[in-house]
Ligand binder design. Structure first.
Ligand SMILES: *Cc1c(COP(=O)(O)O)cnc(C)c1O
Length: 382
C-alpha cells in the first residue's frame, strides 16, 4: 500500500525528548525547546516575534483576539480552506465574507477582494494553499489603503516564500501548523509569527491564560496576575523537542519533498499536454515547499473513478476541502460574495496524491504509471 501521508520522523526526536525526561525539571511549556523553536523561526524566517502554539487553529484564535474582533466585524477569506481559517474569527463574532479563488493556484483571487471591503471589514485572511503564496503585494496594498489587518494562514506554507519573503512573515500576523499532515510535525502544534510590534506583549498574555506570567518568568515583575482575555495556547516541552529535531533538518525535508514533487510533475506532464488533466501552477514570485501534489480531473465523477482505480492498485489519494460556504455553518456565519466561478467547480476536480518526507521514487513512479494507465484505458473506452 502507498499511503497518502506519513508524518515525518527524522531521527533525533526521541533523543531530545529523553533529554527532557532525564533532566526531570520541566515538561510543560516555554522551556528550552520551545525557546529553540521560537528562535529558529525568528532567525530563519526573519521575523521579530514567533511563539510556538498548541495548533494553527489556536494561533488563528490568538490572532482574532489580538486584532480585537467584535460581533458585527467582517473578515474576508476564501471559502476553499480548512474550517479553522474562519472559525477562529467566528468565535469572536465576526461575519465571514467568502471571496472566490483563482483556478490556477486555488488561492483567494486578489482582484476580487476590494469589492468585498466595507466599513465593517477588519481583516483579510489569505490562505497559502499547497504552500504556494497568495498575491501578497496586492493584498498588502489593499490592507494599507483601507487600514485593515492581514492575517496569513500559512499552515501549509512553512519554508515557502513570496518574492523572497517567508510566508507567514508578510502580513501583520502569520500562523503555522505542525500537525501530522503538514511538512513538519509535533503531533499537534503550531506557531504565531507577529510582524506588527503593537501585538508583541498582548500575544504573550493571551497565550498564557490572560496573565502576564511571561514577564514574571523573565523576572520583569515580581508576581503575575490576570490582565486580559486569554487561554492556554502553549504546547508542552515534549512536543517542542519533537519539532525542534525536525526544524534542525528543515532543508533536508524541504529538498526531499521538492524532489518528489518534480518527479510527479515531470511524470504527469504528458497527460497535461494531452489535455487529460491539469497540473499545479507556481507563479514566478513563489518558491514553494512541495506541501502537496495535486492534479485536476475533468469533473467530480471522473475523480471518483480515479480514486477507486488507484485504490484498487493500493494507492491512497484524497480530495480536499468542501467549500465552507456550502456547509451548514458556512451559510450561518458567512456569505459568498458575488459569483462562485471556481471555488466549487475546481474543488470538485482536485485530487491530492501521496506526498510525504522520504516517499520513494519507486512509489511515486508507480502512482504516475497507474494514473497514466487510468487515462489511457479511459481514452480507448470513450
Ligand atoms: C492544517 C490547517 C489548519 C489547521 O491546523 P492545526 O494545526 O491542525 O490547527 C488551518 N488552516 C489550514 C489552511 C490548514 O491546512
Amino acid at each position: 500500500m502507498i499511503p497518502f501521508n506519513k508524518p515525518p520522523v527524522t531521527g533525533k526526536e526521541l533523543k531530545y525528548i529523553n533529554e527532557i525526561i532525564n533532566l526531570n525539571n520541566k515538561f510543560s511549556g516555554d522551556g528550552k525547546y520551545t525557546k529553540c523553536c521560537n528562535e529558529w523561526f525568528e532567525h530563519t524566517f526573519k521575523t521579530p516575534k514567533a511563539l510556538l502554539t498548541t495548533s494553527c487553529t489556536h494561533a488563528l484564535e490568538m490572532a482574532a483576539m489580538l486584532i480585537d474582533i467584535k460581533p458585527g466585524d467582517e473578515v474576508i477569506a476564501p471559502s476553499y480552506t480548512f474550517v479553522s481559517t474562519v472559525n477562529a474569527f467566528v468565535l469572536r463574532g465576526a461575519k465571514i465574507i467568502f471571496v472566490d479563488i483563482r483556478p490556477d493556484t486555488m488561492n483567494i483571487d486578489e482582484n476580487l477582494i476590494e469589492a468585498a471591503i466595507t466599513d465593517k471589514t477588519k481583516a483579510i485572511i489569505p490562505v497559502h494553499y499547497a504552500g504556494i503564496a497568495c498575491e501578497m503585494d496586492v493584498i498588502m496594498s489593499l490592507a494599507d489603503k483601507y487600514g485593515i489587518y492581514v492575517i496569513e494562514d500559512a499552515a501549509q506554507g512553512v519554508m515557502s516564500t513570496y518574492k523572497g519573503k517567508a510566508l507567514g512573515t508578510i502580513g501583520d500576523i502569520g500562523c503555522f501548523s505542525f500537525h501530522d499532515t503538514k511538512n513538519y510535525t509535533m503531533g499537534e502544534g503550531g506557531a504565531i509569527l507577529i510582524q506588527n510590534e503593537k501585538f508583541f506583549e498582548r500575544a504573550e498574555i493571551i497565550r498564557e491564560k490572560g496573565t502576564n506570567r511571561s514577564k514574571f518568568v523573565r523576572g520583569q515583575i515580581d508576581k503575575y496576575t490576570w490582565v486580559d482575555l486569554g487561554s492556554s495556547y502553549l504546547p508542552s516541552e515534549l512536543n517542542a523537542a519533537f519539532l525542534f529535531a525536525q526544524l534542525q533538518v528543515a532543508n533536508k525535508i524541504n529538498d526531499d519533498r521538492l524532489r518528489s514533487w518534480h518527479i510527479y510533475y515531470e511524470g504527469l506532464q504528458e497527460l497535461e499536454t494531452k489535455n487529460l488533466i491539469e497540473l499545479p501552477t507556481i507563479p514566478k514570485s513563489c518558491e514553494h515547499n512541495a506541501h502537496m501534489f495535486y492534479i485536476k480531473c475533468r469533473d467530480i465523477n471522473q475523480r471518483a473513478e480515479l480514486i477507486e482505480y488507484l485504490k484498487s492498485k493500493s494507492i491512497q489519494t484524497a480530495f480536499h476541502y468542501i467549500p465552507l460556504h456550502s456547509a451548514a455553518a458556512g451559510s450561518k456565519f458567512g456569505v459568498f460574495l458575488n459569483e462562485d466561478s471556481y471555488t466549487t467547480s475546481h474543488s470538485e476536480r482536485l485530487l491530492r496524491l501521496p506526498m510525504y518526507y522520504n516517499i520513494s521514487e519507486t512509489d511515486i513512479l508507480e502512482v504516475v504509471l497507474s494514473i497514466k494507465e487510468f487515462f489511457i484505458n479511459k481514452i480507448s473506452i470513450d
